[in-house]
Ligand binder design. Structure first.
Ligand code: 4AD
Ligand code: MG
Length: 456
């Protein structure tokens, strides 16, 4: 096993003269008359360790096996590197090839591959420079999320993956069953003696916990069977859902803004070289927009104001900008990129287009919803103040044609110690798109699940 101080990231920071062992996979080998130069990487760093192997030190068949993709252990001494980019390189004394990678058949050769091609080799793409950077950022973001909430005393709660309720009421559910396919289903005979689904959101269960621990959050996989093959939708994605008792829509917005700023700051601190790499190769504006987010004050407007701004824009939008229509990606981009040039929180959407649990406003037309829209991405967070009034909630459930009996425990929370509360959901992969500059959500998750795709 590689010990913490043996990662290439650590070796690159050590002093010349030290004896070390480096382990990893070969990026490239280059030969000159007297030496072989090997670029070695173990996934810990966007910078490779350069190994210098004197010609004749190991048998020719060993050298021949040191090709792109092969796994090696190299023991030797760190020496000051004459090249730019790294302070030290490794002068090899012994080399062990653990596994060769035939250059005739190894698909991940040095040349630059398109992201689409890399998706087809999902078992090898983590070894590429691009996906090395993306998955280190993903790791740092997960850690930053826990840090943010733990520092504020939020309780981390695991909500179930298998659920009997449709939390969003949108009907985009994957059913979970052990019944035989093809026969008329009798759900009383099913595994759970009822119909169950993969969860679309942990919110309703998080609300239960918020009524005991005040400030809580979930962070887990969610599933949506929406048949939309877009660059922003996955069938399986991760969502972070904080839920706060004694909190209204204003507190919810404040938390969302502080949360996003903290995440960007933490990841910029943890993954600077990766973000520089991604800026260079994928999104020239990346570091600038990340800095911009940290230093801006998010714009806050109501849905009604947003609609007025869209109508006044003089733009020829494809989708309707009538009051009552949902905001589409093109509208979200106009607001964030052109009109305000920064993240925008849109609140108080028409009640007809939002979920049953959102708190009804006094105007009778709108609910206490909030979407956080980010430049380049559009909707990154969806949230709301929740309806805490028993009678109003009951009526909303009926109004949306939902089965009241399935929500008895959710209604109970409003009968026993109910309190105003609010929360939101951050799409983990949408946030990663924002942080990495990747334009397709399939390129920020290790193994994307989309309509027709579940290979790896
Ligand atoms: O806006 P949504 O549907 O909100 C909820 O699920 C609430 N229960 C959250 C809450 O209030 N606790 O989803 C939240 C976020 C979206 O803003 C988006 O970033 C992401 O989840 N998201 C998706 N990400 C990838 N693929 C999909 N199919 C997504 N659907 C939503
Ligand atoms: Mg939403």
């Amino acid at each position: 096993m590689i010990q913490p101080d043996e990662y290439i990231r650590s070796l690159l920071k050590r002093q010349p003269g030290e004896s070390v062992t480096a382990r990893g996979w070969v990026k490239t080998r280059r030969d000159s008359k007297n030496v072989h130069f090997i670029q070695l990487n173990d996934g810990s760093s966007p910078v490779d360790l350069q190994v210098v192997l004197d010609a004749g030190l190991v048998p020719p068949e060993t050298v021949a096996a040191i090709t792109t993709g092969a796994s090696l252990s190299v023991e030797g001494a760190l020496v000051a590197s004459p090249g730019k980019g790294q302070a030290v390189e490794l002068k090899a004394r012994t080399v062990k090839v653990h596994g060769a990678a035939n250059p005739e058949t190894y698909p991940l050769q040095k040349k630059k591959h398109t992201l689409e091609t890399l998706r087809e080799i999902g078992h090898l793409r983590p070894r590429s420079n691009t996906f090395g950077a993306v998955f280190r950022v993903r790791n740092a973001l997960a850690f930053a999320i826990h840090k943010f909430f733990q520092d504020r005393g939020f309780l981390y709660v695991h909500t179930p993956v298998i659920s009997a309720s449709d939390a969003e009421g949108a009907g985009q559910l994957f059913e979970v069953t052990t019944l035989e396919l093809g026969k008329p289903p009798d759900f009383t005979q099913d595994f759970f003696s009822r119909k169950t689904f993969l969860t679309v959101s942990g919110q309703l269960e998080a609300e239960i916990f918020a009524h005991a621990f005040a400030n809580v959050y979930t962070f887990g996989p969610t599933f949506r069977a929406e048949n939309s093959n877009t660059p922003r939708h996955l069938a399986e994605f991760y969502m972070i859902e904080p839920e706060m008792a004694f909190c209204d829509l204003k507190g919810n917005q404040d938390l969302a803004e502080a949360f996003l700023k903290s995440l960007v700051e933490q990841v910029m601190e943890a993954c600077r070289p990766d973000l520089e790499f991604l800026t260079k190769w994928y999104e020239p504006e990346l570091l600038k927009t990340l800095d911009g987010l940290v230093n801006s004050r998010f714009e806050r407007i109501t849905y009604t104001e947003a609609v007025a701004a869209l109508q006044k824009s003089g733009k020829n939008f494809e989708f309707s900008t009538e009051w009552g229509a949902d905001l589409q990606s093109e509208h979200e981009r106009y607001l964030t990129e052109e009109l305000f040039g920064k993240p925008v929180i849109v609140t108080d959407y028409p009640r007809a287009i939002k979920a049953f649990y959102m708190r009804a406003n006094d105007d009778g037309q709108t609910v206490g919803a909030m979407d956080v829209l980010a430049p380049r991405i559009g909707e990154i967070i969806g949230g709301s103040q929740r309806e805490e009034r028993y009678d109003v909630l009951k009526q909303r459930i009926a109004e949306q044609g939902m089965p009241e009996e399935a929500y008895w425990w959710y209604l109970d929370l409003r009968r026993f110690g109910g309190v105003e509360h609010a929360g939101f959901g951050l799409g983990f992969e949408r946030m990663l798109m924002y942080l990495t500059g990747m334009k397709n959500i399939r390129d920020v998750i290790p193994f994307p699940r989309t309509p027709g795709n579940a290979e790896f």
